[in-house]
Design a protein around this ligand. Structure first.
Ligand SMILES: Cc1cc2nc3c(=O)[nH]c(=O)nc-3n(C[C@H](O)[C@H](O)[C@H](O)COP(=O)(O)OP(=O)(O)OC[C@H]3O[C@@H](n4cnc5c(N)ncnc54)[C@H](O)[C@@H]3O)c2cc1C
Length: 382
């Protein structure tokens, strides 16, 4: 069954999609179970992805990347997440947040920090969420105070992808206390070897185990004044714009996971007998599979439509939130039904369906919990 067919994918994204599929079959799928079990960071797969030109390549050619478009990055996401969500997230997060530096940073920042990421010598990440605040982007409390020619950072960040492994992060911190809560934040480049930067992994997770998130403590962490990205006080708006692109890609995370659930369920019921016949012959089972396809196909059509809207700058917040919500919830629905169709074997931890079932809990939360997406859909409707 070909679920992720490329007829819906724009012409310019088809070649990279084919490359991503080949890479996923060779490097991601065969390693998925082992990395899920161990919870180790998949450095070898990351390095293979870098060599294949499929990691951090949304960064532009002026800093050494391929300048892959939103649609090309989405095409890669579908294929990678179908093979395994944890490894896929590690590969896709190697440049996470670097796009903000690319858009708003100085030439010096791009040369010093972005080029090594685009040339796959370094990895980075985006530090926004905090232990006490995740959804309320204008409620974060980590502070950055100016002291001579330095910024001094104090506070904590939580759930930060690559907080331990990255060379540097794009970090969101409060620089003002004005009544306009959306103008109180700024973005900074923070090298992870800066004095006052400490990070450790968050506790073991039930899903996305081949990706690593960290808890950062910033204690009198000093960075040079030139590490401010763009204009002071505009961090919230940079982030809002960045997430509109990111949420279309997270829709691709959901589509890949939903495809994996359907494939697994389909194969299982066509190879299992009950009451003297193939389980797939029961109409109720066929309806379950049909409902999974309905969920998947409508989510995919919407996601690719949203990708075009966001790429064109057309009501981006609305379309990005629609896509993210629909595709990530399609994944939850398909995984739930896929588990039921597997009977008792669904809960064997070495089963792909069990891994997918645990992984689908995550994209409905990250890059803005789906409740927050619904707020955006309502408020930003065209
Ligand atoms: C695997 C993983 C990777 C992540 N990677 C990163 C990363 O690299 N960088 C980073 O900065 N963050 C990262 N995050 C954090 C993620 O973005 C947050 O978990 C997410 O934004 C939700 O924040 P929270 O967990 O604090 O939930 P909270 O904000 O505490 O919300 C809890 C729940 O309350 C409800 N809720 C909250 N606000 C509203 C509202 N306004 N309207 C209706 N309901 C609401 C929702 O049901 C929500 O799920 C990651 C998280 C995970 C799980």
């Amino acid at each position: 069954m070909e679920l992720l067919d490329d007829s819906i994918v724009p012409e310019e994204a088809r070649a990279v999609k084919a490359d991503a599929r080949e890479f996923a079959a060779e490097y991601i799928a065969p390693n998925a179970e082992e990395y899920f079990r161990s919870g180790d960071y998949p450095w070898d797969v990351l390095e293979a992805g870098q060599e294949a030109g499929l990691v951090a390549q949304d960064l532009g050619s002026e800093v050494g990347g391929r300048g892959l478009s939103l649609e090309q990055t989405l095409a890669i996401a579908e294929e990678f997440f179908r093979a395994d969500a944890g490894i896929a997230l590690t590969l896709q997060l190697a440049s996470f947040g670097g796009e903000i530096v690319e858009k708003y940073g100085s030439e010096e920042q791009k040369e010093e920090y972005l080029r090594p990421v685009a040339e796959c010598e370094q990895i980075t990440g985006l530090a926004v969420s905090e232990p006490d605040t995740g959804s309320d982007l204008a409620g974060m409390s980590t502070r950055a105070e100016r002291d001579g020619d330095e910024w001094v950072l104090d506070g904590e960040k939580y759930w930060i992808g690559n907080a331990v492994e990255a060379d540097w992060l794009t970090l969101y911190a409060k620089t003002d206390d004005s009544d306009d809560r959306y103008s109180n934040y700024s973005m900074f480049i923070v090298p992870t070897d800066a004095d006052g930067y400490e990070a450790e992994h968050v506790p073991e997770k039930m899903g996305f185990r081949a990706s690593k998130q960290g808890h950062i403590v910033l204690d009198d962490c000093r960075i040079p004044q030139e590490n401010l990205v763009g204009t002071e006080g505009t961090g919230f708006y940079m982030l809002a714009e960045f997430f509109n692109h990111g949420r279309v890609i997270v829709g691709g995370h959901g589509l890949g996971l939903a495809a994996a659930a359907i494939e697994e369920a389909w194969e299982f019921v066509h190879d299992r007998e009950a009451f003297g016949r193939d389980v797939s012959e029961f109409q109720a089972v066929q309806h379950d599979l049909a409902d999974m396809l309905v969920e998947f196909e409508r989510a995919r059509a919407l996601n690719w439509r949203a990708a075009k809207k966001v790429a064109d700058g057309d009501d981006t917040g609305y379309w990005a939130a629609l896509a993210k919500t629909t595709a990530t919830e399609a994944a939850v629905e398909c995984a739930e039904r896929g588990m039921q169709l597997h009977g008792g074997r669904s809960i064997l931890t070495d089963r792909r369906i069990a891994r997918v079932y645990r992984d689908v809990r995550v994209p409905v939360i990250y890059e803005g919990a789906n409740a927050v997406q619904r707020n955006l859909i309502y408020r930003q409707r065209p």
